[in-house]
Structure formats: C-alpha cells, structure tokens
Design a protein around this ligand. Structure first.
Ligand SMILES: Cc1cc2nc3c(=O)[nH]c(=O)nc-3n(C[C@H](O)[C@H](O)[C@H](O)COP(=O)(O)OP(=O)(O)OC[C@H]3O[C@@H](n4cnc5c(N)ncnc54)[C@H](O)[C@@H]3O)c2cc1C
Ligand SMILES: *[C@@H]1O[C@H](CO)[C@@H](O)[C@H](O)[C@H]1NC(C)=O
Ligand SMILES: *[C@@H]1O[C@H](CO)[C@@H](O)[C@H](O)[C@H]1NC(C)=O
Ligand SMILES: *[C@@H]1O[C@H](CO)[C@@H](O)[C@H](O)[C@H]1NC(C)=O
Ligand SMILES: *[C@@H]1O[C@H](CO)[C@@H](O)[C@H](O)[C@H]1NC(C)=O
Length: 608
C-alpha cells in the first residue's frame, strides 16, 4: 500500500471533484443562463446562420466574421464553458453530466458477456460553447496522411489530400509541444495552443519498453508512422484550450458576430427550390425564427447535425415517414456512422521494485499541487486522468498504414476510481468490482482502439420531437469479415508484450495484467482470453463520425459534396466531424477543427 494514498486531504479534494462539477456546475449554469439576456435582440436575418458552437462551429463563426461586411449568427444549445472545464483533472466528470453534456446513450450493446450484459453505452457529447472540445481529453493528434488521402480519393477532390490539408493544420496551431524544435512540421502563432505532457509518473519506463519492444518513440503528428509518443495536449499554461478559448473568446466583441446561447435549433427551413431560408430555434424556452440571407451552416456534430437534418426532412424517406417527418431530400443521413470502439486493457498492476519511482495520480493530487497548477500551469491538475502516451501500430492486414490506436494512462487505483469510470461510461458496477481487489496499488491502463474500423452503425430519430434523444446504434464488431475484432486481438497482444515481456516494465516494475473475472474461463495471454476481454470491456473513445459523409454526387454514402454542401439543396452546408467519410487513425478534434478552417475557406470563395 502506498502510504500517500491514505492521506485524507488530497483524497477528499480528489473525490470532491464530481460533486463540485455536479452541484457547483449546476449553480454556475443557472447564473450563466440568467446572464444570457435579450438586451440586444438578434436581427431578423443574418448572412450566415451557424448552428452549433462546437469544435468546428467556433472556427466557422470566427473565420466568417473576419470580414466586417458579413453578418454571422451563432446559435448554441448550451451555455458558456463551465469554469471547471479549464481544469484538465476534472475532465472525466464533465461527461454524463447534464450541465456540460448531452447525455446520449446507445441502443443496448449486444455482447454475450455476463458483467456488461445487454447494456447501453454512454456516448458523451459536449454541450455549450466549444462543444466536445470543452469536455474532451485534449489529446492533439492530426491523423495519418493516408487518412486524408483516402478522403480525397472518396470525394475525388484533392482539396482533402494531406498535401493540401497540412496547411490548415499549420494555420490552426500555436505549437509548443514536445517536438517544438522540429519546427518544420508544426504551425506557430495560430489560435490553438498545444503544449507537451506535464505530468507522467512512470513515463520513462514506458518509453524504454516501447523501444525494447521494437517501436520508435516519435512525433505522431509528423507524417504519422508506427510508434509511440508522449501526448501533446490542447492546453495553454496547463489549462484546457478549447475551440471556444482559441477561436471565440478573443473575438467576443466583434460587432458583426452575434452569439446566442441556450438556443436549440429545431428545424432548417427549405423553400420549394430546396434552398435553406432560415432556422427555427427555441431560446430559453421561447420559439423563434431567423432568416439566413446566404447560408445555413450546420455544425451540430455527428449526432446533432444528423438529427437536425432528419428533423428537417433531409434523410432516408422511409425512416422519416415512419416517425412522422415529411421527406424533402432523399439522402443517407445518419447511416455511415463510424466510431473508435475500444477496450480498456487493465488494470496493469505495477510493483515498484527497488529504486524505480512510480508515483501515481491520486497520491500526487494535493493542495500544493493545486498551487502548482494555478501559478505555473503544471503538475497533476494538468492531467486528464493520467493520460500520458499515445501509440499507433499496424495490424498484419494494414502494413504501412497504422490502424490501431493506443492511449496509456498512469493511474493509481484509489477507492472511488472504479465508480468514477463506471459513471463516465455507464458501465454499472463493472469497473468498481474489477478494481476493488487492487485499491491502493500503482497501475497503468491502456485504451486500445480499432483506429480504422470497418463496422458501421447508424443514427435515427426516435420520433419527430426535436428534444428527444436520437437512436444511436454503433454496431461495433459487425463487419462481415470480423476484421475489427482480429485487429484488436493483435493490438491486445502488442500491449501485453509491451508490459509483461520487457525489462523496463515487466521486470523492473513487475507489470502484470490483472485478469478480468468475467473471462476467468480463459487462460490469460491466449486469443480466447483477448476476445473475451475485448467484448467485455467494450466502450467508446468518443470519436463518432460519418453521419453526413462527404462524397461524390451519386455516391450512395454521400450526404454532402466535397465542398460540404448538402446534396440536392442550396445554401446549406454541414461542417463538423460528421462529414468525415472514414475516421482518422487518431483523435478527431484536430481534424474537425481543420475541417472548420477548410470549410470556412470554401464559403469565403463566395465572398465578393
Ligand atoms: C468525452 C470526449 C472525449 C474526447 N477526447 C478527445 C481527445 O482527447 N482528443 C480529440 O482530438 N478528440 C476527442 N474527442 C472527440 C472530439 O472532441 C470531437 O470529435 C470534436 O469535438 C467534434 O467536433 P464537432 O464540431 O463535430 O462537434 P461538437 O464539438 O460536439 O459540437 C457540436 C455543438 O453543436 C451544439 N448543438 C448540437 N445540436 C444543436 C442544435 N440542434 N442547436 C444548437 N446547437 C446544437 C452542441 O451543443 C455542441 O456545442 C472527445 C470527445 C468526447 C465527447
Ligand atoms: C445478439 O447476438 C446474438 C448472436 O449473434 C443473436 O442471436 C441475437 O439475436 C442478438 N440479439 C439482439 C437483441 O440483437
Ligand atoms: C487513392 O487512390 C489511388 C488510386 O486508385 C491509390 O493508388 C491509393 O492507394 C489510394 N490512397 C488511399 C490512401 O486510399
Ligand atoms: C451497484 O452496487 C450497489 C451497491 O454497491 C447496488 O446498490 C447497485 O444495485 C449496483 N448496481 C448495479 C447496476 O449492479
Ligand atoms: C525485483 O528485484 C530483485 C533483485 O533486484 C529480483 O530478484 C526480483 O525478481 C525483482 N522482482 C520483480 C517483480 O521485478
């Protein structure tokens, strides 16, 4: 037992975070809600109406309003970011929380295991300015160049090739990350601040083990190749730097940009020529309408954008009729849903042997470490649940194009960790029971994901009420060749090898993977065990895309063309993560902000 784990002050502080965010967050939101006055009522019409102020919406609103001749209205269903969202350590508790999150969940996951049962998975999505960039884990990853070349192939538009989108990544970035000196591959002086990992107990052991296992430690944002790296985060002085902080906060006084919070858009209006003329929205309980003189730009995210198009009669007509929505434009909205399914590999118990220091997350969370955060922007409060290393590798079926993703967390097991994870993931008492025997021990976990999944799910309306939550069925592991599962098994082997068969982790720290009780019938380190573990600890790492995929006109999967215009309509675009026809082998915030930048440029082509 690590004696520091029993020290009452830090533990009280640490376990108080969910309550703080819950109760205090509720209070803060009430104040914010009241402060959203109608002192300056919106105009009846704007050139551009942007729906949703998330990762992409903030960028679009900011870039369009750079031209003072153009009027822009941004409608956001939620409020200002919670002040607590700026503390990275508080991140997990922003999820599944009514003040900061939409609290979506999937249809029950059909998995044969006992512990997880036929249970829905929680699917968090940030609500409020900054969207999911205000509640996410801040990992900054561009993706693999081939991921973008694939988009260019699908759309037959070289605009989306890495050779072209690279300049938008550079434009976005104010890079001060781990590889700052390798300046050729990163942007400087852009709006979005990127900083290196600042708190990582056991990091050197992991990096040594990576090399022992035959992988490189390299910059995964420099033309991504197989390897591992300490993570770069979207932070500024250790605080969260969301799309709101980066793009909107500096321009809140711009006179041609009006931002309306607590404004939930319920319908896009199309005229008889299928031109978008405006939107209906409900602001603080009152219904309103606003006209768009030039365009309506939907930035509601993979769930919100699909839902809004469907509610407006844009989607599969059969489905729309079944829920009482009049079909206007036949498109596969909601269909091409891809997500990064994960399994949580762990706990991997570390037994400190001799002089190797392995401190762990909760033990280091103290009042003085809060000071360190407040004054220097450093220490464990900058950590999102102990995330420290990211990795990408290729399975045997994808040589030269990594298709597996890893995130390594250093997280000592304290009483309450399991419950916190279950709260975030809606996994009942599963993690609580799994971790119970290990309370007080140092541990690592690995989030392992199928980075280029073949399985596709869908989003549909439950009914025609815009305030109902849509049906989300991710259909994980449904690909006909069962390739996603086979790839994941290879990834599992890679992680077990990295931890148990290396000197740096296996011998020096005595790293051992704890057995999942549910898979007790299988021998550890066998394919049967891995398959059981993968299906038991099935979760998402929150990267759904594809419900408004871009593609060539005539492509049965395409909802928008390569200029992000909704096919068969005028004056209507979707600009957000939903347009990705295939998910990147990386986290999706950076490419979504890039889509916002590129999308804004596409609209500006029409400026005179
Ligand atoms: C918990 C979590 C952790 C994540 N971790 C990472 C990470 O570490 N790194 C990373 O790169 N990515 C991460 N992601 C993914 C990444 O944050 C998202 O892919 C990205 O933010 C999506 O951007 P978006 O613009 O498509 O949608 P969002 O950012 O979700 O924005 C959509 C916005 O539209 C608003 N909206 C929706 N519908 C309406 C409506 N009808 N009317 C008005 N407003 C509406 C929403 O409130 C929201 O503000 C994470 C996501 C989550 C949820
Ligand atoms: C779950 O999967 C099993 C086996 O694949 C199948 O027989 C069963 O019908 C499925 N159940 C649901 C609710 O989809
Ligand atoms: C794109 O298409 C070309 C030509 O068909 C092909 O050679 C290339 O491998 C494709 N690239 C990707 C990333 O899909
Ligand atoms: C979780 O455990 C608590 C008691 O510790 C129990 O009351 C509750 O029913 C359990 N929940 C589930 C979903 O098993
Ligand atoms: C710890 O170190 C000792 C010698 O230094 C060694 O004999 C033992 O096997 C090590 N144990 C672990 C778990 O690494």
């Amino acid at each position: 037992m690590n004696p520091r784990l029993t020290s009452p002050i830090p533990m009280v502080l640490f376990t108080a975070i969910p309550t703080l965010i819950g109760q205090f967050g509720m209070l803060l939101q009430r104040v914010d809600y009241k402060s959203e006055k109608s002192s300056q009522p919106p105009m009846a019409a704007y050139d551009y109406v942007v729906v949703g102020g998330g990762s992409a919406g903030c960028v679009v609103a900011a870039r369009l309003s750079e031209n003072p001749q153009v009027s822009v209205l941004l409608l956001e269903a939620g409020g200002n970011p919670s002040p607590l969202s700026f503390i990275p350590l508080a991140t997990p508790f922003l999820q599944n929380n009514p003040t900061t999150d939409w609290q979506y969940s999937t249809t029950p996951i059909n998995s044969s295991d006992i512990l997880l049962g036929n249970r829905p998975l929680v699917w968090p999505r940030g609500k409020g300015l900054g969207g999911s960039s205000t509640t996410n884990y801040m990992i900054y990853m561009r993706g693999n160049p081939q991921d973008f070349d694939q988009w260019a192939n699908i759309t037959e538009d070289p605009r989306w090739s890495y050779a072209n989108v690279e300049k938008y990544f550079n434009k976005m970035e104010d890079y001060h990350g781990r590889y700052e000196r390798d300046g050729n591959y990163h942007g400087k002086n852009g709006p979005l601040s990127i900083e290196p990992l600042k708190y990582a107990p056991g990091l050197e052991n992991v990096l040594d083990a990576v090399k022992e296992a035959g992988f490189s430690v390299r910059d995964l944002n420099k033309h991504q190749q197989e390897g591992f790296s300490p993570i770069d985060f979207t932070q500024k002085r250790g605080r969260r730097h969301s799309a709101y902080s980066a793009y909107l906060e500096p321009i809140l006084r711009r006179r041609n940009l009006k931002i309306l919070r607590y404004s939930h858009v319920t319908k896009i209006h199309l005229d008889s020529k299928r031109k978008a003329t405006g939107v209906s929205y409900v602001r603080k309980g009152s219904p309103s309408y606003v006209s768009a003189k030039k365009e309506v730009i939907v930035c509601g995210g993979t769930i919100g954008s699909a839902q809004l198009l469907l509610l407006s009669g844009i989607g599969p007509s059969k489905h729309l009729k079944s829920v009482g929505v009049k079909p206007l434009v036949e498109l596969p909205v909601g269909r091409n849903l891809a997500d990064h399914v994960i399994t949580l590999v762990g706990p991997i118990i570390l037994k400190q042997n001799g002089s190797v220091p392995v401190s762990s997350m909760p033990a280091d969370v103290t009042f003085s470490s809060f000071n360190d955060f407040a004054i220097n922007g450093d220490g464990p409060f900058t950590s999102a649940m102990g995330l420290m290393v990211a990795g990408v590798t290729s399975s045997s079926t994808s040589p030269g194009w990594p298709n597996l993703l890893y995130f390594i967390l250093s997280l000592g097991i304290y009483d309450g960790l399991g419950a916190a994870i279950d709260q975030v993931y809606g996994s009942g008492n599963y993690t609580k029971e799994l971790l119970h025997p290990f309370i007080g021990q140092d541990a690592h976990f690995t989030v392992l994901s199928a980075g280029k999944p073949k399985s596709r799910g869908y989003i549909e309306l439950l009914d025609n009420n815009p305030f109902s939550k849509p049906i989300i069925n991710p259909q994980y592991y449904s690909d006909s060749g069962n390739q996603d599962l086979q790839d994941m098994i290879e990834g599992y082997e890679t992680i077990v090898n990295l931890y148990e068969n290396t000197n740096a982790l296996g011998y020096k720290l005595g790293a051992r993977l704890a057995k999942i009780p549910n898979c007790a019938g299988y021998e550890l380190r066998t394919r049967g065990y891995y398959e059981c573990a993968i299906k038991t600890a099935i979760r998402t790492v929150f990267h759904p895309v594809g419900t408004c995929s871009m593609g060539k006109i005539g492509d049965p999967k395409a909802v928008v063309d390569s200029k992000l215009r909704v096919i068969g309509t005028k004056g209507l675009r979707v600009i957000d993560a939903s347009v990705m026809p295939e998910v990147t082998n990386a986290n999706t915030n950076a490419p979504t902000i890039m889509i916002g930048e590129l999308g804004a440029d596409l609209i500006k082509e029409n400026f005179h």
